[in-house]
Design a protein around this ligand. Structure first.
Ligand code: FE2
Ligand code: FE2
Length: 143
């Protein structure tokens, strides 16, 4: 029987998270294009909700992973994601309820959200995991 577990499990986990980040960015691209085409609020809303749903499952997957690996900033990371998600939902509600809010404002918020999440916070756990055997075992998160 061919073993699929001979590869580095951390590498596979990192690749899975990278794939999910790519999907989030693709969904954002589709949303951006829909806004650019001037699509109706119902279509934009469906794309945003689809993106939120995928992002929520990504957050859950990622949180389980970073807890499992002993990443020292797991709680901090979870709290930040919970906060980000709540802010994104607020931004979406405002767009749905206030006709004066342009979808560009939601787009701007989500773009910022992706940059803060994928390009900043996630880079930190990624570096930690990629260190493999060389991870600092006695690392303690800052208070
Ligand atoms: Fe992530
Ligand atoms: Fe994250």
């Amino acid at each position: 029987m061919t073993s699929l577990s001979s590869g580095n499990e951390d590498d596979a986990d990192i690749a899975r998270m990278d794939d999910q980040h790519q999907i989030i960015m693709m969904k954002f691209g589709a949303l951006y294009e829909a806004v650019g085409r001037g699509e109706r609020q119902a279509s934009i809303s469906a794309l945003i909700l689809d993106m939120f749903e995928f992002t929520l499952s990504h957050f859950a997957d990622e949180e389980e992973l970073i807890t499992k690996t002993g990443y020292p900033r797991s709680q901090e990371h979870k709290d930040a994601q919970t906060r980000l998600y709540a802010q994104a939902v607020d931004s979406y509600r405002e767009y749905m309820e206030n006709p004066l809010v342009s979808p560009l404002e939601v787009l701007g918020f989500i773009k910022q959200w992706i940059e803060d999440h994928v390009l900043t916070m996630d880079t930190d756990y990624r570096d930690f995991m990629a260190a493999g055997e060389n991870r600092p075992r006695d690392y303690r998160p800052s208070p």
